[in-house]
Design a protein around this ligand. Structure first.
Ligand code: ATR
Length: 286
C-alpha cells in the first residue's frame, strides 16, 4: 500500500458495491474545478467484507481526507466510525466520513439533502400542518422521517408493503406523530395528505413501477420521489398529469454532497442550475 503523501493536495472518494453508476465523482470534480481546489475525488469499489479494512487502513494509506459511503455500506460504516453526529446516530447510517487526528468522523447528509431540496422546492410544505404520507420503510425512509420530524411534521402516515417493518421503524422514533397504515389501503390513507413521498426503490429503472392511484389526493398536494433514474418516474408523470406540484430526487443527490465537500476541501459549494444541467446531461447518457 502506498505511503500517505503529505501535501495540500486533498483527495476524497466514494465507496460502494457496485459503484460504477455513482454520480458523486461528477458532482465533486465539477466543484473542484469551479472553486480551483487542489484535489481530486475518486470512485472506489469496496466489497462488504473489505469495508472495515478500507476505512481503518486504506483510507489513510491512500491519502484520502474522507469519503462518501453508499449502498450497501451505510449502516456498517456507522458502526465503524469513532465519532458520529446526532443525525447519523438517529438514522443509524452514515454517508459521509472524514478523518481528523487519526479518528473517523461520520455524518448522514441524506437528511440535509432531502430537507434542503424539499424546503427549496416546496417551502410551504408544512404550512397547513396536513399529514405527510411516506411510502417505504428502508434506510431512505428513516432519513426522510428524521428530517420531516426535525422540521415540524405533526402527522406522518407510514405505509410499507411489510407492515411489521414500518411498525419497527415508527417505534424507533418514539413519537406519536408517526401512524403506520396498511399497504393494501394506501390509496385511502394518502387522501388527506399534503405531501406524498416515495422512498422505495419502486419506479427506478430496472425495478417494478410503484402501483398507486393518486385519484384521492387533493390537487394542491405535493408529490415527491427520491428516485432520480429516471428523473421523471411513473409516479411523477401521474402526479403531473393530475396537476400536482412534483419534486424529483435529483436535488437531494446534489444537496447531500455539500457538507462532505465542505468537510474535505474547506469550501461550502453551491448547488446551481449549471451543476444540475451537468448531472442531467450525464444521467441522459444512461
Ligand atoms: P433503502 O435502504 O435504500 O431504502 P431497502 O431497505 O431495500 O432500501 O427498502 C426498499 C423499500 O422498498 C422497502 O420499503 C420495501 O418494502 P419491504 O419492506 O416490504 O421490502 C420497498 N419495496 C421494494 N420492492 C417492493 C415492491 N415490489 N412492492 C412494494 N414495496 C417494495
Amino acid at each position: 500500500m502506498a505511503d500517505k503523501i503529505q501535501t495540500d493536495y486533498v483527495k476524497a472518494c466514494v465507496i460502494g458495491w457496485p459503484i460504477a453508476h455513482s454520480r458523486s465523482p461528477l458532482i465533486h470534480n465539477t466543484w473542484i474545478k469551479q472553486y480551483g481546489v487542489s484535489g481530486a475525488y475518486d470512485i472506489r469499489e469496496v466489497m462488504p467484507d473489505d469495508l472495515e479494512h478500507f476505512l481503518k487502513h486504506d483510507l489513510d494509506a491512500l491519502g484520502y481526507a474522507g469519503c462518501n459511503v453508499t449502498v450497501p455500506h451505510k449502516e456498517h460504516a456507522f458502526l465503524l466510525c469513532d465519532h458520529v453526529d446526532d443525525v447519523a446516530r438517529s438514522v443509524k447510517a452514515v454517508n459521509t466520513i472524514w478523518k481528523r487526528d487519526g479518528q473517523l468522523y461520520g455524518s448522514n447528509t441524506d437528511v440535509y439533502g432531502f430537507m434542503t431540496h424539499l424546503n427549496i422546492s416546496a417551502p410551504d410544505w408544512n404550512k397547513e400542518k396536513r399529514p405527510v404520507a411516506v411510502l417505504g420503510a428502508g434506510g431512505a425512509a428513516r432519513a426522510v422521517l428524521y428530517g420531516l420530524l426535525q422540521d415540524g411534521a405533526s402527522e406522518i402516515r407510514l405505509l410499507n408493503r411489510t407492515q411489521e417493518r414500518a411498525k419497527e421503524l415508527a417505534h424507533s422514533f418514539e413519537t406519536p406523530a408517526i401512524h403506520v397504515g396498511d399497504w393494501a389501503r394506501r390509496e385511502q390513507d394518502i387522501a388527506e395528505c399534503g405531501v406524498l413521498i416515495n422512498t422505495t426503490s419502486l419506479g427506478m429503472t430496472g425495478k417494478p413501477v410503484l402501483d398507486i392511484q393518486l385519484d384521492g389526493l387533493a390537487e394542491e398536494s405535493t408529490v415527491i420521489d427520491i428516485v432520480y433514474v429516471p428523473l421523471e418516474t411513473e409516479l411523477l408523470t401521474q402526479a403531473k398529469a393530475k396537476g400536482h406540484r412534483v419534486v424529483n430526487g435529483l436535488g437531494m443527490l446534489l444537496h447531500q454532497a455539500v457538507p462532505g465537500f465542505k468537510a474535505w476541501f474547506g469550501i461550502e459549494p453551491k448547488v446551481t442550475d449549471a451543476l444540475e444541467a451537468i448531472v442531467l446531461e450525464d444521467l441522459a447518457k444512461g
